[in-house]
Design a protein around this ligand. Structure first.
Ligand code: BGC
Length: 530
């Protein structure tokens, strides 16, 4: 598959392999199971899957703590099965990216084991050590629910080691040239196998320097650029996607001159979609997109509503966060760190109108959208499970025992109550033309049919109504007017004279006359081709 700009208008789909489909009845989803479900993803319209880490790991952070960068944990299958998956996906025109965890390893990685056991080990300097825990003072703690410091004392090493995440995830020392080279080898290994790129986990924290916040340092960018040069030279169709939770004006350093990352998650947009909905007022979305600079032509944002982590509220004010917690996380157990550990449908009270509306935004605003597995059918979560595991439960395929996920006992407790698989599953929603799944499928197919929806051209349309977010995508021959009513009441949107014309309602596939005023039902949306 060649087309080096494929990611600029692609629909991504994030998968936890363990939770997607179990092919051998051991209760764990695996690579073969995922391979069996590729036709489902093809039908849905997915262009690229992002698979969460499948490397050997003690799973203290669900695989983001890697114990071996060069193989696949046997519960998922083998490297050969991965190759089969890649081939089968490529045959269907689907690409696959995986997580690349650069910043840290598991404390069970042989490098760390050797490093802590022996001061003279060649791996000692692979990590960041210090005699006291005072260095890099003031650097923020990310997993603040669990960690009280970025330093942890190691009895064996008789020193402290540095970690930005869990204390079971020691940070690698990127000042060591061997670490730098090692990680380039890891990249080469997976790309040679046919992987199409990486969601680069936590690239912000690679280097540390005294007197800074140790984030996005020049040394970090220089190294990431080096990685990009290698990829461009040897694997020109592969991408690097940055997971860096920053303001757009800071994030563009990660695109720089189009010579660092191809893509970056638009983190601040995500909570503002929920905020705007809670406020019944579009201005939070308008403001953040107006604050989003133009990016180089070979770069693209990735947009999303949910992922495998908590819905992070780092990027809103204290007041906005309180409002969103009140609205979307009314019970204490729903909150994690600065976020909300729930899935999309429960966050929105399973209100079909709201679920469709936020997806209307996802599929019509600029950026390449990423869907989180299961959200296309409105799957629920399981708050009995700790940490972020409640949003990583088995995919609900049908109403047979264990949701058609596994013939054995699933690795975790399934979702109960209103979102039980007897009520929410793929098979049922396939049968009905009116299901959420069918609507999402339709949104994706319209997005692909109309290039205007995939480009980055966006013009706000003034409707004299703050509850209505209206914009024009594309221009000239292909222009699409999108209207979204963010409020719980019927709203009237004024349509400026230049758009008062005849068009086509893309969902109903019939003519639509735009008059001076359009009346919009609560939480409804309209996509009109002019
Ligand atoms: C991942 C998390 C993980 C963390 C540490 C993140 O950005 O999304 O799931 O816990 O990196 O690797």
């Amino acid at each position: 598959m060649t087309n080096s700009l494929w990611y600029k208008n692609a629909v991504f789909y994030e998968i936890s392999v363990r939770a997607f489909k179990d092919s051998d009845g051991d209760g764990h989803g695996d690579l073969q199971g995922l391979t069996e479900k590729l036709d489902y993803l093809k039908d849905l319209g997915v262009d690229c899957i992002w698979i969460m880490p499948i490397y050997p790991s003690p799973l203290r952070d669900d695989g983001y703590d890697i114990a071996d960068y060069y193989s696949v944990d046997k519960t998922y299958g083998s490297l050969d099965q991965l190759k089969t998956l890649i081939e089968a996906a490529h045959q269907r025109g689907i690409r696959i990216i995986t997580d690349l965890v650069l910043n840290h390893t598991s404390d069970e990685h042989p490098w760390f084991q050797s490093a802590r056991a022996d001061k003279n080990s060649p791996y000692r300097d692979y990590y960041v050590w210090n005699d006291d825990d005072k260095k890099y003072a003031g650097v923020r703690i990310i997993f603040q629910d669990v960690e009280t410091s970025n330093w942890t004392w190691d009895e064996k090493a008789v020193q402290y080691f540095w970690h930005r995440f869990y204390s079971t995830q020691p940070d690698l020392n990127f000042d060591n040239p061997n670490v730098q080279d090692e990680m380039l080898n890891v990249v080469r290994f997976w790309l040679s196998m046919g992987i199409d790129g990486f969601r680069v986990d936590a690239p912000t924290y690679l280097f540390e320097r005294e007197g800074t916040n140790c984030e996005s340092l020049p040394e970090t960018h220089a190294y990431l650029k080096r990685m990009r040069r290698m990829i461009d030279a040897d694997f020109p169709n592969a991408i690097m996607l940055a997971e860096s939770n920053q303001w757009p004006r800071e994030l563009i350093q990660y695109f720089d001159n189009g010579d660092e990352f191809h893509m970056a998650f638009h983190f601040p947009l995500m909570p503002r979609i929920y905020l705007a909905l809670a406020q019944g007022d579009a201005s939070a979305i308008v403001k953040i997109l107006n604050d989003t600079p133009v990016i180089p032509a070979n770069c693209q944002w990735t947009t999303f509503l949910r992922n495998h982590d908590e819905l992070t509220l780092e990027m809103v004010t204290d007041e906005e966060r309180k409002l969103m917690w009140r609205e979307y996380a009314p019970e204490e157990k729903m909150i994690l760190n600065l976020g909300i550990r729930r899935r999309l449908a429960p966050i929105l009270n399973n209100d079909r109108r709201k679920i469709e509306l936020v997806n209307s935004l996802l599929f019509t605003l600029p950026g390449s959208p990423i869907l989180y597995y299961g959200d296309e059918i409105g799957m629920g979560d399981n708050l009995n499970l700790p940490d972020r595991h409640g949003v990583r439960t088995p995919m609900q395929w049908d109403d047979s025992l264990h949701a058609g996920f596994s013939a054995g006992t699933p690795f975790t407790e399934m979702v109960q109550g209103d979102y039980h698989y007897l009520k929410v599953n793929v098979a049922d929603q396939m049968k009905s033309q009116h299901s959420l799944l069918r609507t999402i499928q339709k949104m994706i197919s319209l997005r692909k049919q109309y290039a205007a929806l995939g480009g980055n051209q966006l013009e706000w349309v003034e409707t004299d109504n703050p509850a209505v977010l209206a914009y024009l995508r594309g221009q000239g021959d292909e222009a699409i007017l999108v209207l979204n009513n963010l409020s719980e009441h019927v709203q009237v949107a004024h349509i400026p004279a230049e758009y008062q014309t005849s068009g086509q309602n893309l969902f109903e596939d019939r003519p639509y006359i735009l008059n001076a005023h359009v009346s919009l039902q609560p939480y409804s949306y309209l996509w009109i081709k002019l």
